[in-house]
Design a protein around this ligand. Structure first.
Ligand code: IYR
Length: 229
């Protein structure tokens, strides 16, 4: 390939038994992941959080632009300000901006406009997406980014998976609109808040909704003519 240096892929081929075992382990582990809304205030090891964020930063992205930024927040006053701003928006959401069907759909989860977890969780990870980055070498002064939503969504999925693997519970929180996050955190104009993730250990006695997950037939279809053997 002209112009672009390439290096050999570092890839470890597994045998089929190893693949089966890895798939089983991954499924069992992922089935145990639950969204948590009640956190212990106990601090988390910060280096574990930093490594999970670095793991998320290995996600694929459009033209490898890596259009994400992760703010790792443990400061009590910053968390308090985020809670205050989120609750203000959520009050409007629960009292008029969300329609009746939406409010009904959320009843099993017991959510409301109050967000104590934004202060109780020992850390918040605010994820930003950037639609461009400053670049003096292009005439517009802005390097384009591509498939930003997809790229940042994948990075967030990898972040949740990495945190879960490390025994850390998460809440994927989307207070909306989320513009207050860029203001409070002083993010540059090209960045828009994408997701706010309180992280921590579950509070003692933490309960979660008794939900079922869709099965194979509901989430997947196969188009092979026969078993590949
Ligand atoms: N953002 C609000 C409402 C909310 C919306 C959905 I869709 C959820 O799955 C959960 C909550 C809130 O955080 O309460």
């Amino acid at each position: 390939m002209e112009g672009a240096p390439h290096i050999p892929l570092d890839f470890q081929r597994l045998d089929e038994a190893q693949m089966e075992a890895a798939a089983e382990t991954a499924l069992k582990r992922f089935q145990k992941r639950r969204t948590v809304r009640h956190f212990s205030t106990e601090p988390l090891p910060m280096d574990v959080l930093r490594k999970c964020i670095l793991a998320a930063g290995t996600a694929p992205s459009g033209a490898h632009k890596q259009p994400w930024h992760f703010c790792l927040i443990t400061d009590t006053e910053v968390k308090r300000r985020i809670r205050e701003a989120a609750e203000k928006e959520e009050y409007e959401n629960y009292h008029g901006r969300m329609n009746e069907a939406w409010i009904d759909d959320l009843k099993p989860f017991g959510t409301d406009h109050l967000k104590p977890h934004l202060e109780e969780a020992p850390a918040l990870i605010a994820v930003f997406r950037s639609s461009w980055s400053p670049d003096a070498s292009v005439s517009s002064g802005k390097a384009q980014h591509y498939y930003v939503q997809e790229s940042v969504g994948i990075a967030c999925g990898m972040l949740l998976a990495a945190l879960h693997e490390c025994g850390i519970a998460t809440l994927t929180h989307t207070p909306s609109p989320m513009g207050f996050l860029a203001d409070i955190l002083g993010r540059p104009a090209q960045e828009k808040a994408y997701l706010l993730i309180p992280v921590g250990y579950p509070a003692d006695g933490c309960q979660v909704p008794d939900i079922q997950r869709k099965g194979w037939d509901e989430i997947a279809s196969e188009y092979g003519l026969e078993e590949a053997h």
